[in-house]
Ligand binder design. Sequence first.
Ligand SMILES: [Zn+2]
Length: 143
Amino acid sequence: MKNEIQEKLEQLAFDCTTAFCYGCYVKANKGVCPQCNSDDLMRHLEGVGCEWGTDWVIKHILQEELTEIDTDEVFEESIRGSYSEVTEVGWMKFDTIDLMKSQDPISWRIAKDEYIDYLEQDEEIVSFDGGSNYYWKHDLESL
Ligand SMILES: [Zn+2]
């Protein structure tokens, strides 16, 4: 699934850029430089610049078009949906999430990491940088 998305992103990056000869500093719309006939070309993204390859274009598209997931927020939401909002201890009432987080931050973090792993394995979220940033799959598909 991830490879498929990666491929589509590369295609998209390719489609929204033009070939560019850095040596002559001209666009090479036909895949070869109109001046020196070189096919060793960069990609040029209007208003952004030119560089080799498409990785940087993909990065730019992701940054511009998508918002990375706030994993803390996503996990918190899922927990809020599963437990009562308020927990009573003796005569006191606490926000359940705040109580859990403050009383056992390690357990909270482990559970969060497991939940994010689960979402990734379930192919609901995707990361292209080894888990630093995640995106919703349905957001990617709408690109
Ligand atoms: Zn050239």
